[in-house]
Design a protein around this ligand. Structure first.
Ligand code: PLP
Length: 247
């Protein structure tokens, strides 16, 4: 194994640049500087096992990021792999739904005390978008409150107006408050009486490039009551936090 040799990743990156915008997009792209001091070049993975992955040059890394969230049991967990293999042998992606969907929905509804229904989508951005659509359809209101530092995906409604391709119209109904600032939230509700469709928040603040912050004692209980009293939908975005701190 050649420690600190990244030449194959570099080759891969040069290949990628010819066929993929910026070689690799999102915050792993060189412009974001995530790979400093590895000369700001992105690495490419070759294989993974348990809590480790190896890049194409054979450097072994501990994956503290767990594949950006989903890989909480580690790579190639034997129980998960075996269950996936068995299901694949029966069927994978079929035109009609499988009863597995019902099994899974039952498990989710039984596990999450606040959930009466489960709905499936291909990624986090799609579910937060569906949640906001649902809140607007239900309330017939337009405004959505966000906690500053949030991340809810990449759809236009989640973005800031100075991002490329985002229109003022995409974000004109977005309102922002500081995390844990209940008084500011209450003030926003007073100022926009009867206009707020939803408050969307991560269960605890885990924005990018900043320290995590837990909710203050009683914060969510007060937010819950404020939303209920005002007919506003409370959206808890558990895409990343779900089942990490506690089942
Ligand atoms: C809190 C939160 N919401 C939504 C998303 C978007 O999920 P996805 O990248 O699967 O679209 C993420 C992704 O990291 C997230 O952390």
């Amino acid at each position: 194994m050649n420690i600190n040799d990244y030449s194959k990743s570099r080759e891969a990156y040069l290949r990628a640049c010819k066929v993929i915008p910026s070689g690799i997009y999102g915050h792993q792209g060189p412009a974001e500087g995530c790979y400093t001091p590895v000369e700001a070049w992105p690495l490419f993975s070759d294989r993974a096992q348990g809590s480790y992955f190896w890049d194409v040059d054979g450097n072994r890394m501990i994956d503290y990021m767990c594949g950006y969230g989903p890989n909480i049991l580690g790579y190639h967990d034997p129980d998960v792999d075996e269950a996936a293999r068995k299901q694949r042998e029966k069927e994978d992606c079929v035109t009609i739904p499988s009863t597995k969907m019902i099994d899974f929905a039952e498990l989710l509804v039984d596990t999450v005390a606040s959930a009466d229904w489960a709905f499936f989508a291909k990624n986090g951005n799609d579910v937060t978008t569906l949640a906001v659509l649902t809140a607007r359809a239900y309330t017939r209101r337009k405004k959505i409150v966000f906690f500053k530092g949030y991340y809810h995906g990449i759809s236009p409604w989640t973005q800031k107006v100075d991002y490329s391709g985002i229109l003022e119209e995409d974000v004109m109904h977005n309102l922002y408050v500081d995390w844990n600032d209940y008084d500011a939230l209450e003030e926003l509700f007073d100022r926009h009486k009867g206009e707020i469709a939803a408050v969307i928040g991560q269960p605890y603040m885990h924005g990018n490039f900043k320290d995590n912050e837990l909710p203050a004692d009683g914060f969510w209980q007060k937010v819950r009551k404020l939303c209920t009293d005002n007919g506003t939908v409370l959206i808890v975005d558990d895409v990343r936090a779900g089942w990490r701190i506690d089942l």
